[in-house]
Design a protein. Structure first.
Length: 295
């Protein structure tokens, strides 16, 4: 895919472009290049860097499955340049392997990530119950909700706010983007990739890692009546962790249940649990983010 390709104008086209985006190019042993987002401008979406880093790590491991990743953002990525991923093979044992990934642009690191892989085995098991929330079929998509308020969207922000997206999101309790109200630091939404994906479990893990960065940070803002569109808030992800518990498909509905137990010192801490529609807990997430008030 050419880096100059325009952004697709349908959700299905966006998914095709996202599949290509996460198909990192091998340029040498344990060295990969992540393409630029078609039509991307400004700062690279953090979920993209995490997903490309995970794909790079997954391609250096055989017969073991990624079960956790821990990433630290150091600098914002720039959409003007591709991202280079260097994989370091820190450990290969009988049951587990460990990979360290350094994401770089213009010679400086923008993200460090450690991923752990395990050979499949059985063991003791338990899980949380899925929250009692409306099913996705009963809810409007975020795209529909955005279209309903398009008259309130500033002209300069119109195309960004209303553009098709590769992840279909259906919030259980929709909120007003332009007039946020204070509420408890909890939110629930159904998510899925907006078009069918190939039967590649590694791609589904990367897609979920990509989507997992879409709801967490905003959870810590809920008690304060602000969001990422509030002019006085400076926000950015500082770190991000994903634990992958069970097999799943990212193109089927998944409930993302998020809560924030703490915020302070210009930081907000957030947790997430991801369930399949039939109630299996397939992944957990956590993230600390910058939440800085500006004059």
């Amino acid at each position: 895919m050419s880096e100059e390709t325009a952004r697709a104008d349908t959700a299905a086209g966006q998914v095709d472009q996202l599949i290509d985006l996460l198909d990192v190019e091998r340029i040498d042993t344990d060295l990969y290049r992540g393409a630029r987002q078609p039509g991307g401008v400004g700062r690279v979406f953090g979920g993209q860097v995490i997903a490309q880093a995970l794909q790079s790590a997954q391609r250096s491991v055989e017969e073991k499955i990624a079960h956790s990743l821990h990433a630290y953002f150091m600098r914002p990525g720039n959409e003007d340049f591709p991202i280079i991923y260097r994989v370091v093979r820190d450990y290969d044992g009988g049951s587990f392997s460990n990979r360290r990934v350094i994401a770089m642009q213009q010679g400086v690191p923008i993200l460090n990530m450690i991923a752990s892989f395990q050979r499949p085995e059985d063991g003791l098991s338990h899980q949380d119950d899925m929250p009692d929330v409306p099913m996705p079929d009963e809810l409007k998509s975020e795209s529909e909700l955005r279209a309903e308020i398009q008259d309130q969207v500033p002209e300069s922000f119109h195309s960004f706010f209303l553009r098709p997206r590769p992840i279909d999101i259906r919030p259980c309790h929709p909120r007003n983007w332009f007039k946020p109200e204070k509420s408890a630091p909890r939110q629930y939404c159904w998510i899925r990739v907006a078009a069918p994906l190939p039967d590649d479990p590694a791609l589904h893990r990367a897609m979920l890692s990509y989507a997992s960065d879409m709801a967490l940070l905003g959870t810590a803002m809920l008690p304060h009546g602000v969001n990422w569109m509030t002019s006085k808030i400076q926000s950015a992800s500082l770190d991000h962790a994903v634990w992958l518990h069970e097999a799943f498909r990212a193109d089927e509905w998944l409930l993302y249940a998020c809560d924030s137990p703490w915020a302070g010192h210009a930081r907000g801490f957030n947790r997430g649990r991801i369930f399949t529609r039939d109630g299996r807990l397939v992944a957990s997430t956590s993230q600390e983010g910058l939440m800085r008030l500006r004059e």
